[in-house]
Design a protein around this ligand. Structure first.
Ligand code: PMP
Length: 409
């Protein structure tokens, strides 16, 4: 009703944007799923610091592990060895299938993707990297080259040596990527059905093959793909799309890299790693966000063979593998393991949310799509195309209502 009210009264989303920015929310405390602002309002956190707080704000077990490590040792660099890092890397590697057993620790998702990109080029001796339309792989100079979303690109500084002419890193995937009710690409909706017989799946696979045959260089270094696109809008691929892409990439000598920065650590609901839901085995997996529940930490996990090629040069990272980060990440894994993998919780809550949100889609014309899997769920506002302004208006009005209501005595 609120949504229709906003539309009928012709609220100006831009004015609402200003209202929102004039009154930002100051969060000063968190506990598990709750956040509190400086005025004492409590919020149920569905955002988790951009899909990062994987086991809850200030989880007691994780906080205790951090405190213990803070009293013992803060920092040495990876030049010296210490037990916390080995305990952690062993624990992490055990959760990945063979031959993904060599762990490199860094500090952010962008850094992990930069490192994976470098390793792929060193290992293969090739330069070109391809990614999918709608992808987001980070904000560092190299990672913005991988990211396809133009909103995150800077015309004069989009990746050192990674311009599209030198490096066709932004591969325009053949699939429309949207599942809107009013989308001009109606058949895309069928793609998310994941049925073997779905004609749209076959159509996209054919287009993919055609695209590889006509536009992708013969030799490539790597393909980066998120198992479900996060920033792109909770977008799932047609069935077998990633499997087929991996095959085509490997035919060109490229490595397949799963960007699990958002999808890792059980977020997709079906498996602990998103790639497992596609029946593929990557050559490298990059991860961050949920890895340390909000503490800066990230990793690249790869094979012995790739690590051996990379060991021919020197790679050093001052903060990568920081003892406090490792202690935190290790206790995050303990919490996930207690629950037999956090994916079951994501699946249960995600299924409930999808079911309830789908009712909005039936009720309101403006809700074009409700989609996703596990705790990667998107609600898309659509007029005749995806309507970001309307979404912003709803977002701001919801926040405004909440704040006004709670401020009344
Ligand atoms: N890859 C994906 C899939 C992401 O969603 C993000 C962050 N949103 C990144 C990489 C970059 O991670 P970071 O912000 O930690 O550099």
């Amino acid at each position: 009703e609120r949504m229709l009210d906003i539309r009928q009264n012709n609220c100006n989303p831009m004015t609402m944007k200003v209202t929102y920015y004039k009154k930002p929310v100051h969060i000063h405390q968190g506990y598990m799923q709750w956040l509190w602002d400086t005025d004492g309002r409590r919020y149920l956190d569905l955002f988790a610091g951009v899909a990062t707080v994987s086991v809850g704000h200030c989880h007691p077990k994780v906080t205790a592990a951090a405190e213990k490590q803070l009293r013992r040792l803060w920092h040495t660099t990876s030049i010296y060895m210490y037990p916390t890092v080995h305990e952690y890397t062993d624990k992490l590697a055990a959760l990945l299938p063979d031959p993904l057993k060599v762990v490199y620790l860094v500090n952010s998702g962008s850094e992990a993707n930069d490192l994976a990109m470098l390793m792929a080029r060193v290992h293969t001796g090739n330069f070109d990297i391809i990614t999918l339309r709608g992808s987001y792989h980070g904000g560092s100079p190299l990672a913005t080259g991988l990211t396809s979303n133009s909103a995150y690109k800077f015309p004069v500084a989009s990746g050192f040596g990674c311009h599209n002419t030198m490096c066709p890193d932004v591969f325009r995937g053949p699939w429309g990527g949207r599942h809107c009710r009013d989308s001009p690409v109606q058949t895309v909706r069928n793609c998310s059905c994941s049925q073997d017989h779905c004609q749209a799946n076959e159509m996209y696979i054919d287009q993919l093959k055609e695209m590889f045959a006509t536009t992708v260089p013969n030799r490539i270094a790597a393909f980066f793909g998120e198992p479900i696109q996060g920033v792109g809008g909770a977008v799932q691929y047609p069935k077998n799309f990633l499997k087929e892409t991996y095959k085509l990439v490997r035919e060109r000598g490229g490595l397949c890299i799963a960007d699990e920065v958002q999808t890792g650590f059980g977020r997709t609901g079906s498996h602990f790693w998103g790639f497992q839901g596609h029946g593929v085995l990557p050559d490298m997996v990059t991860m961050a966000k949920g890895i340390a529940n909000g503490f800066p930490m990230a990793a690249v996990v790869t094979t012995q063979e790739i690590a051996r090629s990379f060991a021919k040069g020197v790679h050093f990272n001052t903060f990568g593998g920081n003892p406090v980060a490792c202690a935190i990440a290790s206790s995050v894994l303990d919490v996930c393991i207690i629950y037999n993998g956090s994916q079951h919780i994501s699946a249960n809550i995600g299924t409930y949310l999808l079911h309830e949100l789908a009712k909005l889609r039936e009720k309101y014309e403006i809700v074009g799509d409700v989609r996703g899997k596990g705790l990667m769920i998107g609600v898309e506002m659509v007029k005749n195309k995806a309507d970001a302004d309307f979404f912003l208006a709803v977002f701001n009005r919801a926040l405004q209502n909440y704040m006004e209501r709670r401020l009344k005595p």
